[in-house]
Write a protein that binds this ligand. Structure first.
Ligand SMILES: *[C@@H]1O[C@H](CO)[C@@H](O)[C@H](O)[C@H]1NC(C)=O
Ligand SMILES: *[C@@H]1O[C@H](CO)[C@@H](O)[C@H](O)[C@H]1NC(C)=O
Ligand SMILES: *[C@@H]1O[C@H](CO)[C@@H](O)[C@H](O)[C@H]1NC(C)=O
Ligand SMILES: *[C@@H]1O[C@H](CO)[C@@H](O)[C@H](O)[C@H]1NC(C)=O
Ligand SMILES: *[C@@H]1O[C@H](CO)[C@@H](O)[C@H](O)[C@H]1NC(C)=O
Length: 213
């Protein structure tokens, strides 16, 4: 029962100049009650990082989306003025049956002046609501949080834990975005970063020596 239910794309910020504005997103879902008529509900929690708090993008649902309600409109979590702003929101879907759906967030305005020149990005959450055979209930997605823009000194290698966890005890794996699925464009990881799929950590190391500026 391992499944990727969220996508987190990370890039290395190398400059402070930003005409474009996206810095990442995450989504997790929590299944609600199953009614006797087969109707199910699910709660979607998401975060978005942009340069300014006024910026946002709307999730687009595809499939058995049912009726949905914005329980929490996008609300500021944290802000570093002029650099990044994290907002969060909650959407509840009421579905006529337990057929799942996908919800997507995409755009073409990742921040400028980053090492791997990513422009286009897409985040997809696949919501699966059929009962699992092991627990007799629908799956809950992996949980994670979203990192703000991190600045690290070029000569200080470090490992950043992506803090992924699954409440059902499933294995969680982490990966880069995939260009074939339009998750990012371009998708080439910057040479100074490496993601460990098993430990969900991101390693930064630069070949620039200590004496370079
Ligand atoms: C679930 O409901 C959708 C309508 O949103 C319908 O198209 C679909 O056939 C239903 N699936 C099942 C298994 O009943
Ligand atoms: C199923 O029951 C729920 C709660 O009782 C109700 O909100 C929903 O409209 C019902 N759905 C159908 C398809 O009858
Ligand atoms: C899923 O399991 C719940 C009990 O946890 C049960 O009430 C429900 O009918 C099951 N749904 C399906 C579609 O089997
Ligand atoms: C990207 O996705 C395609 C289609 O889903 C798959 O065939 C390919 O192996 C993936 N590439 C990587 C690097 O994961
Ligand atoms: C990332 O780590 C893997 C496994 O340790 C290694 O095979 C790969 O070459 C590394 N990639 C980069 C870009 O350092």
């Amino acid at each position: 029962h391992s499944a990727t239910m969220f996508l987190l794309v990370l890039s290395l910020l190398v400059s402070g100049s930003q005409a474009s504005h996206f810095l990442g997103t995450m989504m997790t879902y929590y299944p609600g009650e199953t009614q006797t008529n087969g109707s199910v509900s699910v709660i979607l929690r998401y975060k978005q990082n942009f340069v300014e708090c006024s910026q946002s993008v709307t999730w687009n649902c595809e499939g058995n989306c049912g009726s949905w309600t914005r329980m929490l409109p996008l609300t500021k979590v944290e802000e570093v003025s002029g650099e990044w702003c994290q907002t969060e929101g909650v959407i509840t879907h009421q579905l006529p049956n337990n057929t799942g759906f996908q919800t997507k967030l995409d755009g073409g305005a990742w921040i400028n002046n980053i090492l791997n020149r990513i422009v286009n990005w897409r985040a997809v959450a696949a919501v699966e609501l059929r009962n699992r055979s092991d627990i007799g209930k629908p799956n809950t997605s992996p949980q994670t949080t979203i990192l703000p823009a991190l600045r690290v000194p070029v000569n200080c290698p470090r490992t950043i834990n992506l803090l992924a966890f699954d409440p059902d005890g499933d294995e969680v794996k982490c990966r880069y975005g995939n260009a074939t699925d339009s998750e990012c464009n371009p998708c080439d990881p910057p040479p100074v970063l490496n993601v460990s799929s098993q430990s969900c950590s991101l390693t930064f190391s630069s070949s620039v020596s200590n004496t370079s500026s």
